[in-house]
Design a protein around this ligand. Structure first.
Ligand code: GLN
Length: 247
């Protein structure tokens, strides 16, 4: 076991856990442990007042509008903490509802709900919901990122914000621009559930590597045997590009 350890904060698992998003935490934990890096996971619940000063990776999943509203009201109180964490290079993974909360605002029905303004983006709504399997290409990994999306929100990135990637199959941020997700400092925002990380181990390693780099000045990672994960990724990718799997 190396001396290294990372602390993961899993935000609001009881509310934001659509399509098995909690599985992402399991993947981060196992990929650290397999490399002999100690991992502590702290679940942050709705009435907690978390400090992010000793957090290395934060993760927030997706949820229904109702759950998202509850989370957002509480999370705004933690805004300063989260801004410092992100601006200091903290690694943050955010999926779907969690991704939308990163921005300035989110439209629920006709009501605009204030977001965390961690990243320069905002989300309005459109019809129909954007539902189905998705594959994108992203500079952070050398395989396509595959998964599942289901959102009414349409997310618009500010001019300085890089998308996570380009849609190969599916809808992405707004169904029009061909962009999916966002990258800002060490934040990865995405509409991709799956859960995201089991089929896309490169995305898990990106977050881990960024966190190790920030904490220890060395983000290099020992390779793991990802044969099973990459076979799952490849199977889904082939189904999508062959047209076998409809949007
Ligand atoms: N409630 C959000 C929307 O529909 C996010 C849903 C989700 O997390 N899948 O846009």
């Amino acid at each position: 076991m190396s001396e290294k350890s990372l602390r993961i904060a899993h935000l609001y698992p009881e509310l934001l856990n659509l399509y098995g998003d909690g599985g992402n935490i399991l993947v981060l934990r196992k990929r650290l442990e397999w490399r002999g890096i100690r991992c502590e996971v702290e679940e942050v619940h709705i009435d907690d007042r978390p400090s992010f000063s000793d957090v290395d990776i934060a993760f927030i999943g997706g949820g229904s509008d109702r759950e998202q509203r509850i989370v957002c009201e509480h999370l705004l109180a933690e805004r300063e903490e989260l801004v410092s964490f992100v601006e200091d290079g903290g690694a943050l993974g955010a999926v779907c509802g969690g991704y939308q909360l990163l921005g300035h605002s989110y439209l629920m029905g006709d009501e605009e709900v204030e977001g965390l303004s961690l990243v320069d983006l905002y989300t309005d709504r459109g019809a129909p919901r954007l539902i189905g399997n998705i594959a994108i290409e992203s500079r952070i990994v050398d395989r396509p990122i595959v998964g599942y999306e289901n959102h009414g929100g349409r997310t618009h990135l500010g001019s300085g914000v890089e998308p996570l990637g380009r849609v190969i199959h599916g809808h992405g941020n707004d169904g029009k621009t061909g962009y999916e997700g966002c990258l800002y400092k060490n934040v990865v925002g995405t509409y991709i559930h799956g859960p995201l990380l089991p089929k896309n181990p490169g995305v898990a390693d990106y977050l881990i590597s960024r966190a190790l780099e920030r904490k220890y000045g060395d983000g290099s990672l020992e390779p793991l045997d990802d044969a099973a994960e990459l076979a799952a990724n490849e199977t889904m990718y082939q189904r999508l590009i062959s047209g076998e799997e409809k949007e």
